[in-house]
Design a protein around this ligand. Sequence first.
Ligand SMILES: Cc1cc2nc3c(=O)[nH]c(=O)nc-3n(C[C@H](O)[C@H](O)[C@H](O)COP(=O)(O)OP(=O)(O)OC[C@H]3O[C@@H](n4cnc5c(N)ncnc54)[C@H](O)[C@@H]3O)c2cc1C
Length: 427
Amino acid sequence: MVLLRTSFRLVTLLALPLASSLFIPQQTLAADSETDSLNTDPTFHDDADFNVTDYYTSSDEWNPTKWDYDVVIVGGGPAGLAASMSLSRVARTSLLYDSQEYRNEQTRYMHDVLGQDGQVPLKFRSAVRQQIEEHYPNYSFWATRKTKVTAIVPLAKGFRVYDDRNGIVTAKRVILATGITDVLPNKQGFAEAFGRGMFWCPWCDGHDYKDRKMVVYGKLASAIGTALNMRKLTTDITIVTGGPLTKEDKDAAEARWPGWEAVVKNNYKIPIRENDIVRVERTNTGMEPRDDEYRVHFNAGGPLVTNGIIIHVGTRQTSTLHQQLRLEMAGNSVKVKDNMESSIGGLYVVGDANSDGSTNAYHAMWSAKRAAVTAHVSMSKQEYLDEVPAAMVAAAGGDEEFYRDQIEALEFQLGDDIEHMYKALGG
Ligand SMILES: Cc1cc2nc3c(=O)[nH]c(=O)nc-3n(C[C@H](O)[C@H](O)[C@H](O)COP(=O)(O)OP(=O)(O)OC[C@H]3O[C@@H](n4cnc5c(N)ncnc54)[C@H](O)[C@@H]3O)c2cc1C
């Protein structure tokens, strides 16, 4: 009976590290990994052909006992910066990588963020970095400016991260805050105009065009939606549909906006131009939003002068790490749970890159905060679980022999399976 109670306790004891190790999905070592050569050029693997098992050379590398950082953060936009600050507040070390490819790179001012309305994005990032550096020098670290993460390898209980300056670090958790990129049509003047009078988000930029001329460029059904969202700001709106309206276009609009033709054309007096834009030309040299003026050229008919252009564009992930890691996707977004964890345990995806369906600075910061909290809590739990075996030995009077005897008795009792399990746990 006594043996049975002790055995039960030991089974529980053995199960704890097992349960904790399951938190990070286990990847099997390649059978011949000892003989595999380690690729010395990690940058080579910045694509979907990356083979995780190429990177293991020994079980120490697969299951290290020391970590360079608690967390690696990939991305230095609002999401990555928020994660960095949040982790520092609870004394978690983090290394932040930033390849300097920001979604709002060309945006002149950010809006609709408390305390930051009208702030220059670069100044916002610099101010946050400075604050973090000043307040948390022992916890928050930055990779050399403009460093790109090229590969991330999941380990038994963490990750190894490779960058394009041949740096390699390990961390218990990874937060991807890598953002998305707007994919603009390849048309003259678009790349220059984006973020400078051409935009997609009425909340971000719309107010700058109050009572001014607007073009809404996109498929009819979604263009009507955007025009409606802009109507409180200006009534001088022209919808440009990209070409002649088809029956499908009209049916889609009718399904979403019953009676659209009468309301949009007659009541709201919004002209619908069934042409495509071939180029936009900036006609004012001033670069402030109040200076924005474009001549829009079409495939047929005369040009149109406008102050702002709202465009409906597709997006893609800014990094290819989701492909290399084979993360589960929801369309173009990386699928995450409520706690921001991706399909790989311990790897979180925050900000524009994730599947929350919300892309703004608030969401970037909020989702990063949530991931930082989840990461910290899960690491604290892991650390507790790691303490349990030693604590149990100590509780048995520090008598390791007694502990080993009990393990042997247990193995004898439960057979070879438990021995395998114990050995797998490094016992
Ligand atoms: C024209 C425009 C205007 C906008 N205006 C507003 C506004 O007024 N208010 C608002 O709330 N939102 C606005 N937004 C949206 C806002 O910019 C985004 O929601 C926000 O930037 C998302 O933050 P993020 O940190 O997720 O991504 P990002 O800011 O895009 O940052 C991504 C980071 O990841 C890094 N990165 C990517 N891959 C790697 C890699 N492999 N290695 C290392 N680093 C990597 C990038 O270099 C970058 O540092 C606007 C967007 C646009 C396009």
